[in-house]
Write a protein that binds this ligand. Structure first.
Ligand SMILES: Nc1ncnc2c1ncn2[C@@H]1O[C@H](COP(=O)(O)OP(=O)(O)OP(=O)(O)O)[C@@H](O)[C@H]1O
Length: 577
């Protein structure tokens, strides 16, 4: 969805900073007022210089020193207060965007590149912070100076002022045109950098595949190509800025030459004194810096507009799964699960589950078997409410899962996924993942059930051993046992086992199997089964084909039916031999 670009969207994040903004504003006003005193002081010094009156010169220079000191203090104040306000705003924005992303469903993350999200949350938000800081102190202060100084100049000598400002509308128009073009180039450049970041995240997280396929050179070439496109996009923006400054600088020079011409004529006509002209020129000199800063601020403002758009594009995404306003926390369940005539499709024209019915009593072990793509994982995705069915209902302990809060539902369900993800942190933190305060005894208990306690305690730092990136290397079996411990750390009544397809050595396999047998006791268990051993002991085997339960029963009853399951079983036995 395209979001209308607007800095106004930042206001709700900026206004809570009003105490800092007011202090900053007071300092800006002070800075501008004391800046205005400078041309007046220059005029006085010039006057007494003409008379050679050293005492008066010293008096006015003394006053000027005080003015510069106070002006410097105000400048310091405007910087620190506005920087603090901008950084607080960035922090709020970053927290809100991150929390918002966590409200979005799995469907969003499955279609979005991680690197792109990371870039928006870091670089784009930082850019917005920088421009808000600049706009709040530099822009406001410069803007006030650009209003106040010409007013003072008009008071000093209006014909000279008009002559000096005659080219100002042309300059403003040119700056506006450059700004629009910069916005377009920045959009391209920011999207380009985001693509680069997305590509890097993908490559580094898949580095095993890259190396296994000896594809380093291929990846380097792909990177070089993207980096070159990135350079071109950046170069076009910088080239545009390089044209802008000489053009505007030339117009500034023409304006100043016009002043000299008119000033010289006024002096020749005795309408202006040399002291008056020096005072006027001091005011003009004060204008140059704010004009230049305003131009570069405006350029950055337009460039950063692309980042603001990219951030609020994320905030505009609606979660596909939402809680009802009156959703209650699900009480601790017994573990009864029922699917009632469930229809589901990821894409409207490709039905995945069709009129699916299923009943599991507390403590049942249900094995889901079927060919690849039959819909086994989808069935589980619906129980966790990663997606909602288009038709039908799913009930846990006779409560429709759409009537309860997502957190309370997901806390009732433990998962042992096929691929184990360990986060950077200690073993204890990984087992107790998501717990704000770790319950060490519960974590140890879970690790014992999962056959993980003994290998964990062999590490010199035990449960405090660091795992994840830059942590200790764990074997496939050890990782699986940690995953099993994590799944049962909350003691859930419902457990989902997505059996790992990759083979473990027989000792590891036995330890994992033993752990699984233990954690399955007194829980309702759904096994996405790949191994015959787990299928055989299931209370009910559901054979899923094209989104429907085509056979259901125990191992022996299904074998005697001599249907699809019997064929599937025979095929597996044959493959295993
Ligand atoms: N996020 C998704 N978006 C669109 N289609 C999807 C998505 N996930 C799965 N599918 C499709 O839904 C169908 C069922 O997939 P599902 O993963 O549930 O099958 P499965 O039985 O678990 O397969 P496998 O045993 O290979 O894991 C497949 O056709 C698959 O391509």
């Amino acid at each position: 969805m395209k979001v209308r670009s607007s800095y106004w969207q930042l206001l709700p994040y900026l206004w809570p900073q009003w105490p800092l903004l007011i202090r900053g504003l007071a300092c800006i006003l002070g800075f501008v007022l004391f800046t205005l005193a400078v041309p007046y002081l220059a005029g006085q010094v010039a006057f007494y210089l003409g008379q050679g009156n050293v005492n008066r010169i010293a008096y006015w220079l003394g006053l000027a020193t005080v003015v510069f000191l106070v002006r410097g203090l105000c400048q310091y104040g405007q910087n620190v207060f506005m920087i603090a306000a901008a950084l607080n705003m960035v922090l709020n924005l970053r927290k809100r965007v991150y929390a918002h992303l966590h409200k979005l469903g799995l469907d969003y993350f499955e279609t979005t590149q991680t690197g792109d999200l990371t870039y928006r949350l870091t670089e784009d938000i930082d850019r917005v912070g920088e421009i808000v800081d600049k706009l709040s102190h530099q822009f406001l202060s410069n803007f006030l100076q650009l209003i106040a100084i010409p007013i003072y100049m008009l008071y000093l000598n209006w014909p000279l002022t008009l002559a000096g400002l005659i080219l100002a509308p042309l300059m403003a128009w040119l700056i506006g045109q450059f700004g629009q073009r910069l916005l377009v180039l920045s959009r391209q450049s920011q999207n380009q950098v985001s693509n680069l970041s997305a590509m890097l995240t993908e490559v580094f997280s898949g580095i095993r595949v890259v190396q296994a396929f000896a594809a380093q050179e291929y990846e380097v070439k792909r990177f070089n190509k993207e980096a070159e496109i990135n350079r071109q996009a950046k170069y076009r923006a910088l080239q545009l800025k390089s044209i802008q400054f000489p053009v505007v600088g030339f117009l500034e020079a023409v304006s100043i030459m016009l002043l000299f011409l008119l000033g010289g004529w006024q002096i020749s006509q005795n309408q202006l004194t040399a002291q008056g002209f020096i005072s006027f020129l001091a005011a003009v000199a004060l204008l140059i810096q704010p004009i230049d800063l305003m131009i570069s601020n405006y350029n950055e403002y337009k460039q950063t507009e692309a980042s603001v758009e990219r951030i609020f594009e994320l905030m505009a995404k609606e979660p596909s799964i939402s809680e009802k306003s009156n959703a209650q926390a699900m009480p601790r369940v017994m573990g009864k699960v029922e699917y009632r005539h469930v229809d589901f499709a990821y894409n409207p024209d490709q039905p995945v589950l069709k009129d699916l019915c299923l009943n599991a009593s507390p403590g049942d072990v249900i094995a889901l078997v079927g060919s690849s793509g039959a819909g086994k994982s989808t069935l589980i995705n619906l129980l966790l409410r990663f997606y909602d069915p288009q038709k039908g209902q799913i009930l846990v302990d006779d409560i429709d899962i759409r009537d309860v809060t997502l957190t309370s539902l997901r806390h009732q369900i433990g998962i042992v996924p096929q691929d184990v993800t360990l986060f950077s942190g200690t073993i204890a933190e990984n087992i107790g993942y998501g717990q704000e305060k770790l319950d060490i005894s519960a974590i140890q208990e879970a690790a014992k059930i999962a056959n993980a306690h003994s290998f964990i305690t062999q590490f010199s730092q035990g449960y405090h051993t660091w795992v994840g990136e830059r942590g200790v290397n764990l074997s496939g079996g050890q990782r699986q046992r940690l995953a099993i411990a994590r799944a049962v750390a909350n003691d859930p009544r419902i457990l989902i086992l997505d059996e790992a397809t990759s083979a473990l050595d027989s000792e590891s396999e036995a330890l994992v199997q033993e752990a699984l047998e233990r954690v399955m006791q007194n829980r309702t268990v759904f096994i996405i089964a790949h191994r015959l051993s787990s299928v055989r002991r299931a209370d009910c085997i559901l054979v899923i084909e094209q989104g429907q339960v085509v056979e259901a029963g125990t191992h022996s009853s299904l074998l005697s039916q001599e249907g699809r399951y019997a064929r599937f079983y025979a095929q597996q036995l044959y493959t295993d031999e």
